[in-house]
Design a protein around this ligand. Structure first.
Ligand SMILES: [Zn+2]
Length: 413
């Protein structure tokens, strides 16, 4: 297969909305390295986040480069243009070396009968092996996905023409859709991606269960584990069958903090000796708020103000994220109640500690979508991050390392 820039076995996606935490985030990877495990840092940001904040991919690049320099990180690192399409990719081209091609919207768009027939003739192997399906089923699946994969090919070639094919990592994402993909669907998708000569290294299917923003997984953990193991078997099979990069692995778009499936993920990785890319994003922004609140004084006052404005604008803030939020409005405390909280109580309510009875997932989800409020505060917010930098960065590092990287990549070795 054609050229690609290799991504390591374990990689971890981090979002840094205000481009201030790259160093604290990288510190979590430094701590993993000190334990002998290479976790490749990938800073991801979608165009939607850039638009909401009014930021630019150049800032993410600058922040990442500065962090890498400051911490003497001499291993690979990446900047992920997350969920891009043909109409949003161009602004990322000079700064990103990882592109998540999102073709979920093209799933189910009709493929021509000719294209489907051609595909079936070329891929009789899909009726046997791991994730095999009868020919009639393969035909149905091909009809559902060929147009989306063709679109992925178009976007991939656009990026490759601009950056040179060996200079970036390619991910294909299909997670932002209604129904989870079956192993048979994943196998057909991979066969179609190989026809497009896309050196895909990470693929993001949709799994069953709810992946709400900033809070834990909601669903059947045993079912998730079964799906994950089946998908890993399909991937291993497809690597040898279609000559994909040996680094091809799953990408889990976690929406952050899916702690109750991390044990299942770890078991599956060890069982299959598989790699993984796991994306988080908003968890770091929530640690900024936690760090501000923990610092007390004006930091706590600002955290309270963000909550009170978020509550006031709840409908606007939640609308773009409606599919990935489950906020119980009856559990959202009134502004005047929150005003009376001390630093310790605010942190207990916000921090994702399932053992703490004060922890409130509705409060946390509302603040998750409240980053737009902080963006509107502009320098006031950014200056607070500078003023309370030690409290904020300690929370950012601790969260990524202890609650995410350790259980996913270091446990039980
Ligand atoms: Zn996603």
């Amino acid at each position: 297969m054609i050229h690609y820039l290799p991504l390591g076995k374990y990689s971890f996606g981090m979002g840094d909305r205000f481009a201030r935490q790259a160093r604290a985030q990288l510190q979590a990877c430094v701590r993993a390295a000190a334990q002998g495990v290479e976790v490749v840092p990938v800073w991801n940001k979608s165009n939607r986040e850039h638009v909401t904040i009014g930021s630019d991919p150049a800032q993410s690049r600058q922040a990442a480069d500065a962090a890498v320099k400051a911490l003497h990180w001499n291993k690979p690192y990446f900047l992920d243009a997350d969920h891009i399409r043909l109409d949003s990719v161009d602004r990322f081209l000079p700064y990103s070396n990882f592109f998540t091609i999102d073709v979920a919207d093209w799933i189910g768009q009709p493929a021509s009968a000719d294209a489907v027939k051609h595909f079936l003739d070329r891929h009789i192997e899909l009726c046997r092996g791991v994730g095999a399906a009868p020919k009639s089923e393969v035909e149905k699946i091909a009809g559902k996905y060929l147009a989306a994969v063709a679109r992925a090919g178009e976007i991939y070639r656009h990026i490759a023409n601009n950056k040179g094919p060996g200079n970036f990592v390619t991910e294909v994402s299909m997670d932002e859709t209604d129904a989870p993909q079956t192993p048979a669907e994943l196998r057909v998708i991979l066969a179609a991606l190989s026809d497009q000569n896309i050196p895909v290294q990470t693929i993001a299917p949709k799994f069953s269960g709810r992946f709400n923003k900033g809070v834990d997984y909601v669903g059947d953990v045993a079912q998730f584990e079964k799906e994950l193991n089946e998908d890993l078997a399909v991937l291993a099979f497809a690597i040898s069958e279609y000559g994909f990069p040996p680094t091809l692995k799953l990408s889990i778009h976690s929406g952050s903090d899916k702690f109750s499936i991390y044990g299942a993920i770890r078991r599956a990785l060890l069982h299959h000796n598989a790699g993984l890319h796991l994306k988080t994003a908003g968890t770091t922004w929530l640690e900024e708020i936690t760090g501000l609140a923990a610092a007390n004084g004006e930091g706590l006052a600002l955290a309270k103000e963000i909550y009170s404005q978020a509550l006031e604008h709840i409908d606007d803030l939640c609308a773009p994220y409606a599919a990935v939020l489950d906020i119980d409005r009856s559990r959202l405390p009134a502004v005047k109640t929150v005003q009376k909280w001390d630093s310790g109580h605010f942190v207990s309510v916000l921090r994702h500690d399932r053992k703490n009875p004060a922890y409130n997932p509705s409060f946390r989800q509302l603040l998750h979508v409240g980053y737009k409020i902080a963006a509107h505060m502009g320098d006031r917010y950014l200056n607070a991050l500078t003023q309370y930098e030690s409290s904020v960065s300690a929370n950012v590092t601790e969260n990524l390392y202890e609650r995410h990287i350790k259980p996913l990549f270091l446990a039980g070795d």
